[in-house]
Design a protein around this ligand. Sequence first.
Ligand SMILES: C[S@@+](CC[C@H](N)C(=O)[O-])C[C@H]1O[C@@H](n2cnc3c(N)ncnc32)[C@H](O)[C@@H]1O
Length: 215
Amino acid sequence: MVSPEASSVRQAIAKKYREVARSPRGLFKYQTGEASALALGYSPVRIAAVPYAARSRFVEVGNPVALGPIGKDEHVLDLGCGAGFDAFVEAQLVGPAGRVCGVDLRPEMLAVADAARIEAAFPQVEFREAAVEALPFGDALFDVALSNGVLNLIPEKPAALREVFHVLKPGGWLQVCKWGWSGRSRRRTRLPGPTESPAPLRGRSSSPCSKLPVS
Ligand SMILES: C[S@@+](CC[C@H](N)C(=O)[O-])C[C@H]1O[C@@H](n2cnc3c(N)ncnc32)[C@H](O)[C@@H]1O
């Protein structure tokens, strides 16, 4: 059951990201596209290997990939994958035997991402239409989950985090850029989860990004 607040946020997101799927130009106050990815510290080599359709629709707030190592053969969940920029970077890190699943609410963004996936031949990547608050996966499947400007868009953060912590393996990591908790906090010291084990977020307080272990 989606709350009225969540429902109105989803409508606003639907409107915005329907437009982003066509082109992000002029829709954001901050820089977007390839120049923004470079400024956020993504490797130029990795950026160049991302299909153009995804690169040009990069509308990120940070670089969660840089928060910790993503290893060969790992299974990665990209929350709110949009046109897939981060998912294609993660795919390069996990390699052909790894797996990257991107989920997003907007079919228009996923259509761009999936066309790019097929064209650029990334068989280890899949995209699915789903809300972070209702993930279509079983428990303990992923080594790492990443959010780049997505958890901050979700009003029902406890529900979203519960879902993410169910699908992460014990010992896995959640890497987040921009929490937007209560509209201000970028770090939390306690998170709701299936085991209710509070864990401090690591990272500098001035950074909009955090890496969180799953116990
Ligand atoms: C800032 S963009 C992220 C782009 C993406 N990380 C990339 O690499 O280009 C935010 C995305 O989150 C999606 N989104 C927002 N709320 C969501 C939710 N509750 N569940 C799933 N996706 C959501 C939007 O549709 C949008 O594509």
